[in-house]
Ligand binder design. Sequence first.
Ligand code: C2E
Ligand code: CA
Ligand code: CA
Ligand code: CA
Length: 279
Amino acid sequence: AKRRNDKTFAIYSDFMDAKARELLSLENGLRTAVDNGEIFMVYQPKVHVASNQIAGAEALVRWLHPELGLISPVNFIPLAEDSGMIVSIGEWVLRESCFQARRWQLMGYKDFKIAVNVSIRQLHEPDFISTVKSALHDSELPPESLIIELTENMIMENAESNVVKLQKLNDLGAKISIDDFGTGYSSLSYLQRFPLDQLKIDRSFISEIVSDSSPAPIVKAMISLAHDLGLSVVAEGIETPEQLKRIQLLKCEEYQGYLCSKPVIATEFQTLLESDYRL
Ligand code: C2E
Ligand code: CA
Ligand code: CA
Ligand code: CA
């Protein structure tokens, strides 16, 4: 039995080594990914429910690794956060997204809004506010066309110190959206104190919205809470016409999801803009 345990341990330890080596080489790869042009953005439409027109986009980052192929942000964002590389990647993401949004505005989609995901590590960077300021300045994007998406989990942790940060963002004129709402713990008093503009209901609530079970009252309650706080509501992950119908009845302002489009590269997004979805 002892031998067997040893062997199990040896295999386990080899596995750990392999995993550690893999992570280390991924981390090294990430270090040069931006400079090597391996990082790029895709855009998913944010659709105005009442008019079925595109109101803007959420910018989502992608990494095309030279050997491993496309790597999901779910896998490399945590790595970028741990290593601190999220700060430079995040700055690139922000600038790229602002410049792209401005190009679409100049093409005639003048009210186009771009939503950019920001992680906690970026938010707490001392230079963060000035980074946002110069991205807006250099791209000439009007501040109110930029929406910063922050997850509920992230801003509710150390909420007090985040109030100040969010206030500064708000003072710049940028909009603030609370992402993945419903998956974390929200302190209702903080919801009121943060200068928020938008609330995004997490996909996990939407997927069950048509089966006549329990989530519908919860979604309903979240939407009325948001409206009472003066926030507009975005439903994430709308995949079927039935789900769209439901959130329409619940007076949700916007939606995102495969029903309209998956996230696509800028040229494809432009085709969407030029088709039926004219602003
Ligand atoms: P998120 O901010 O909640 O983004 C929504 C995710 O849901 C995206 O995954 C999107 O592709 C996916 N999605 C959209 N519509 C549907 C749908 O109808 N059905 C399904 N099943 N999925 C849908 P993605 O692009 O893989 O991004 C995953 C997460 O990675 C994001 O979740 C966000 O937390 C993070 N992320 C992505 N880009 C960035 C970035 O530039 N910076 C930071 N800090 N995080 C990012
Ligand atoms: Ca988001
Ligand atoms: Ca505001
Ligand atoms: Ca989300």
